[in-house]
Write a protein that binds this ligand. Structure first.
Ligand SMILES: Nc1ncnc2c1ncn2[C@@H]1O[C@H](COP(=O)(O)OP(=O)(O)OP(=O)(O)O)[C@@H](O)[C@H]1O
Ligand SMILES: [Mg+2]
Length: 236
């Protein structure tokens, strides 16, 4: 497995959100995590990347068979896990180029330059706006900056939190296509949280359903897509 989450509890302050969450992410695959608002999807991603601690002793997060619970986010980036958070989380007062440099801050200078050049080739729209302040970009463009920033360190596992949020229907299709392309062209492993359930299941290999901080469904994405009853159960 690329990632193995085993029986983790987590939350904020005294508020427990995740209860014994377990999930597996296979290398080279897209795994979707879906569920209603407030069910804990973002909390799962934040715990995996090290922004939130695992609460319980028996809880474990294994990345390429190595325990990473308790690691801070930058050590996880070094190991190959990056996170593109929900909402337009770009540095508004920095240019597109500077946002990408922040994404690649752990890389040696020359490698950072090469990675940024590579990412800008992937997204020519950003190349044209390289010197523009990220805060003055449209919502869709900012989303693209957040994705590009997470790609700059050349991750093995990309955690994506609602990449389609706030985008117009035409752009939504583009974003899902971009994500599928990343997976197909470079074999990038992706764990993605999305409200657009059908769209995300179409590009995913495996799927988990989360309800009230508990995993309530696990199957291939196509099985879930063909199972309206299971879908209804997750969102009940
Ligand atoms: N920073 C925080 N401090 C305290 N509670 C939080 C914080 N962030 C989230 N929560 C709570 O944790 C629970 C799960 O939130 P989370 O953001 O993981 O849900 P989600 O499934 O991602 O929802 P959405 O689909 O709306 O993004 C919610 O009850 C939320 O209110
Ligand atoms: Mg969320």
């Amino acid at each position: 497995m690329m990632l193995k989450v085993k029986n983790i509890d987590s939350g904020y302050g005294k508020k427990q959100v995740l209860h014994q969450v377990s999930l597996d992410v296979e290398p080279g695959k897209i795994t979707a995590l879906i569920g209603p608002n407030g069910s804990g999807k973002s909390t799962v991603l934040k715990t995996v990347c090290g922004l939130l601690p695992v609460w319980n002793r028996e809880g474990a997060i294994l990345f390429k068979d190595e325990p990473i619970q308790g690691n801070n986010p930058s050590s996880n980036i070094r190991k190959g896990i990056t996170f593109s958070p929900q909402g337009n989380q770009v540095f508004n007062r920095m240019t597109v180029q500077e946002n990408l440099e922040v994404g690649g801050f752990l890389l040696p200078k020359q490698e950072m330059k090469e990675r940024i050049a590579y990412v800008l080739e992937l997204y020519p729209m950003l190349k044209d706006r390289r010197k523009q302040m990220a805060g003055t970009l449209s919502g869709g463009e900012q989303q693209m900056v957040a994705l590009a920033r997470a790609l700059t360190p050349s991750p093995d596992l990309l955690l994506l939190d609602e990449p389609s949020l706030g985008l117009s229907p035409a752009l939504v299709n583009d974003v899902f296509e971009m994500i599928q392309q990343l997976n197909q062209d470079s074999g990038l492993t992706i764990l993605i949280v999305e409200q657009r359930v059908r769209d995300v299941l179409k590009i995913s290999h495996n799927a988990y359903g989360l309800r009230l901080g508990t995993v309530c469904h696990s199957s291939t994405a196509s099985d879930l897509l063909d199972n309206p009853e299971a879908l209804r159960d997750i969102f009940l």
